[in-house]
Design a protein around this ligand. Structure first.
Ligand code: SAM
Length: 238
């Protein structure tokens, strides 16, 4: 998988792309990440200008962005513009994006990007949440990170991602490691008993409980067994 990031702050990516799972994925050649600075595409270094119609805040000019995009886009590219106005990123969208070969990410700045970039290039518009960042770089990193950890060969144990929150529209059950008693707090006995059927049932119950309490909106898209319904009813009835 190849990522091209269009950003006026390429240096912002140095540390995040050099650590942990992303570093390993790059070293193994599973992903490659390249940055393109639209400012370098200008003769005068100017990449922002005032808004037509007046109002506070500058606008990212269309010419340097167009030059940057035209230098990397091919017929096989998927173009993503990071914007709070976009579709909110979910694990399902991330899983769908893993099927693409080349993703080009536009990082906005200032008040945002001149609308004609959307009209000309028709990118997917993605938001990473209902809040406003000062630029699209952190959102681009969130996209690269979430996609990369799902790619074959990146995580040591693929089952780890499969049991994560949101993979099946449920939140993950609580997790513990050694020591089994810490400051008088004990790991639930079931997890130490070695009975895998009981452990699976316990985790499913905790996962359903957590989702019902914290994110009931997710349940609308989950798939339930008869036993799951019984557990949910038990939780609801206290
Ligand atoms: N004026 C814009 C609005 O109200 O929608 C916000 C502009 S923001 C200050 C500058 C840039 O940060 C945006 O162009 C976008 O690239 C990025 N950005 C901010 N919040 C974001 C979010 N929640 N998701 C993705 N990108 C975001």
């Amino acid at each position: 998988m190849k990522f091209d990031i269009v950003s006026i702050f390429p240096e912002l990516f140095d540390a995040p792309l050099s650590c942990g799972m992303i570093r390993v994925a790059r070293e193994k050649g599973i992903i490659s990440v390249n940055t393109i600075d639209p400012r370098a595409m200008t003769s005068d270094g100017v990449i922002d200008d005032y808004q037509f119609g007046g109002g506070a805040g500058m606008v990212f000019k269309p010419e340097p962005l167009t030059s940057a995009l035209e230098s990397v886009l091919t017929k096989d590219s998927t173009l993503v513009s990071l914007t709070p106005k976009g579709e909110r990123l979910t694990q399902k969208m991330v899983a769908d994006l893993t099927r693409h070969k080349h993703i080009v990410l536009i990082c906005g700045r200032y008040k945002g990007v001149d609308e004609r970039i959307n009209e000309i290039f028709k990118p997917m518009e993605i938001s990473i949440g209902d809040y406003v960042l000062s630029g699209g770089e952190i959102a681009a990193l969130a996209i690269i990170d979430t996609i990369t950890r799902l790619l074959t060969g990146v995580l040591g144990n693929k089952d780890s991602a499969d049991s994560d929150s949101f993979q099946t529209n449920l939140l993950e059950a609580p997790i513990y490691t050694r020591p089994h008693v810490f400051m008088k707090y004990r790991v639930p006995e079931v997890l130490r008993g070695g009975n895998h059927k009981q452990i699976t049932e316990w985790r499913r119950r905790k996962s359903l409980e957590a989702t019902l309490e914290r994110r009931p909106d997710l349940l609308a898209n989950s798939v339930f067994s008869k036993k799951d319904f019984e557990i949910l009813l038990e939780v609801l009835n206290g």
